[in-house]
Design a protein around this ligand. Structure first.
Ligand SMILES: [Zn+2]
Length: 278
């Protein structure tokens, strides 16, 4: 149990430090031009994130903590079929959680019921580290069922779960960030982990581009599934979804009720779309 607490604390400190460094770099070396004011967007996104964090505490914690302990005690799941050294079991668990998150991400786009929640993340007109935290609270609650399935099937112990979270948070903050990395460095990193240019393509208003780069940690899953896309010039990418192109359509009071309202056809531009998109 001590190891788990240490990893949790380390993960939270690394995530917080990563967020601070990324926000600094986004101001110094932005990758894309901003549509909305960073201050307004960041406060909006952090509010959505705050509500989601409360939802996670109330819905995920009471499930994950006892379930991972139960899995450990009863030796449930794939990784408990054979006796593995702790470090290997943890590494494999992190990789398998990362892969099954890839599948969940595809499902949130493909299943209309899930997309109405995930779209709240995608209607942001800009993409930066604050977007990484901006998930609708209901998407977080629904994902608990997937999380529980992952834990049981893979056989995720409390330590492995804490290790995955410690890896995942800095990773999603990083690849959502609006930081212009030196291109050579980004190309090297892209072989291993998801990078800002790569994930920017997933947030493009062009559907064929959004339907790529689903990974949240390791790039290998997109590579294996043939969904890796890196050939889109960054200055041609417009962030968001076609159905919501105006800043006043993505304010807090519009995005929180969005999943519960009648959905617009996401990939269709509204009549009044800005000229540049037609
Ligand atoms: Zn997505």
């Amino acid at each position: 149990m001590k190891g788990e607490k240490f990893i949790k604390l380390l993960g939270a400190s690394v995530a917080l430090a990563t967020f601070g460094v990324l926000v600094y770099l986004e101001i110094r070396r932005p990758l894309r031009e901003s549509v909305e004011s960073k201050m307004i967007r960041n406060s909006r996104n952090l509010t959505v994130a705050g509500i989601a964090a409360v939802a996670l505490q109330l819905a995920e914690r009471p499930v994950v903590a006892p379930l991972t302990k139960l899995v450990e005690r009863k030796n449930w799941g794939l990784l408990k079929l054979v006796r593995l050294p702790r470090w290997l079991e943890t590494t494999l668990a992190v990789a398998l959680l990362d892969y099954t998150l890839y599948i969940w991400h595809v499902l949130t786009h493909r299943i209309p019921f899930l997309w109405r929640f995930h779209v709240v993340h995608h209607v942001d007109l800009d993409l930066d580290a604050s977007t990484a935290l901006r998930f609708h609270f209901a998407e977080m609650i629904i994902s608990v069922a997937w999380r529980a399935t992952q834990i049981i099937i893979i056989g995720v112990s409390p330590v492995s779960f804490a290790a995955w979270q410690a890896f995942l948070f800095p990773s999603i903050l990083f690849h959502h960030s609006n930081v212009r990395l030196p291109i050579d460095l980004e190309r090297k990193l892209q072989n291993l982990i998801v990078t800002p240019r790569m994930h920017g393509i997933h947030h493009s208003i062009v559907r064929q581009e959004t339907d790529s780069n689903w990974s949240s940690g390791l790039t290998v899953w997109d590579f294996l599934h043939g969904t890796l896309k890196t050939d889109v010039p960054q200055n041609e990418i417009i962030i968001g979804v076609p159905a919501y192109r105006e800043p006043d359509e993505v304010i807090l009071s519009k995005i929180l009720p969005m999943p519960f309202e009648k959905q617009r056809p996401t990939w269709q531009l509204p009549e009044t779309a800005p000229q540049q998109l037609k």
